[in-house]
Ligand binder design. Sequence first.
Ligand code: 13P
Ligand code: SF4
Length: 332
Amino acid sequence: MLETITRAIPAGLPLPELYSRVERHVPPFEWPLLAEDIAAILSLKRRKNAVILAHNYQTPDIFHTVADIVGDSLALAREAARTDAEVIVLAGVHFMAETAKLLNPDKTVLIPDLEAGCSLAASITAADVRLLRERHPGVPVVSYVNTSAAVKAESDICCTSSNAKKIVEALGAPRVIMLPDEYLARNTAKDTAVEIIAWKGRCEVHERFTAEDIRSLRESHPGITILAHPECPPEVVAECDFTGSTAAMAAYVGRERPARVVLLTECSMSDNVAIQYPDLDFVRPCNLCPHMKRITLPKIRQALETMTHEVVLDPTTADRARRAVERMLALG
Ligand code: 13P
Ligand code: SF4
């Protein structure tokens, strides 16, 4: 099963062994170039007591060779809270690095490319949340972890795609504001009696999948198993076989071993899971996240060499945002 938590690269693992993990995605002529960066990163990690947290959407060369911890947003937040490394490099997008920093105010948290954003995080500001609260007095605010620290600071609690329903119900309120992902909110609302007030944010990767995609996949690949991320439109979720976070999708594949499967999500997800299950047939389509793809091995190497780009948060905002993240983590 694709682990959602700590997977350490054994110190000194020979490069040919690392290559065997990614040979389906890296042609032999490209390997010497990558191997140089990988060797440098492994040595920098040891020298600087650094750990690399990589999201499931990172490319296989990062995910399967230099990452210490891989997983979905919830796992990365949990593991960020547990690590005793002095430096955390977040191979993912900016809000994930901010979350790691919130949970480790005294550690150095680096993001290899400052432009690695997220259409959901960009869809809402702290001022928008304050306006929502004015419009719906007394209604608690649940913020998806895909938000800025400033938005988290205005929220009662965070959630991820792994625990959205649980968090919404744990508040014990008849109505909640759930932001910013309209589709995650609508998909969660179908499963709970709690009334959900949504925002209009969308993930630019998942909003592009359609129910028509599912029908044509079923037509061209009879018997195929279709998994979709809950950031997909509700009509896609209604027609797929399983919906879950990136870690939940990987776990489903490991558990059910569908002979032919498609993951309606970011492209590297299938690449990474397929490496672990070479006997299964992974059918694409998928969509690329341009933000996740900004993170590369050379940029990770540079981040560790130059100790950039360091995530710095305003302490007052960070204290308030941390409460929302920690409240989520405390709920398990
Ligand atoms: P999860 O890994 O938590 O499912 O989130 C997906 C995502 O889009 C992160 O950017
Ligand atoms: Fe944001 Fe979507 Fe990219 Fe995830 S996949 S980082 S939600 S834009």
